[in-house]
Design a protein around this ligand. Structure first.
Ligand SMILES: [Zn+2]
Length: 129
């Protein structure tokens, strides 16, 4: 297996995942509008249930929307040929890491130091040569 083949496989997985998310959220939206449009007696229980479903679905959809955005960004990086390259040091991110985290844009080392910086940790930044 070459790295190019591995990347193609990850691309395929991302595209399949994207389609799955989109069809799931379409189904959820249909279910939700069916629930809202049902002209049964507007009893409290049902209303509460519909509201709960609404809330659950919208937060679910928010999560899915974010994931689709991440997938789109990863696919765009693949199109421009920079997918799998660390944005900090330009090194190839290992396939193992990409398979576990296809949205990773940094190698493990840089991701760790980036995270420390984001947390306001006191990581000394050592200038890379
Ligand atoms: Zn790096």
């Amino acid at each position: 297996m070459t790295r190019a083949n591995d990347l193609m496989r990850i691309r395929d997985l991302l595209q399949r995942r994207r389609r799955a998310i989109l069809s799931t959220s379409e189904g959820a939206q249909r279910e939700l509008s069916a629930l809202k449009d049902s002209d049964r007696d507007p009893e409290y229980e049902e209303q509460a249930q519909a509201e709960l479903a609404d809330y659950t679905l919208s937060s679910l959809m928010e999560t899915q929307r974010r994931e689709v955005m991440l997938i789109d960004a990863a696919l765009r990086r693949m199109d421009t040929g920079v997918f799998g390259e660390c944005v900090d040091c330009g090194a190839d991110i290992t396939i193992e890491r990409l398979e576990a985290m296809p949205f990773a844009i940094r190698c493990e080392e840089d991701a760790t130091s980036h995270e420390l910086e984001m947390r306001g940790g006191h990581a000394q930044s050592i200038p890379t040569l």
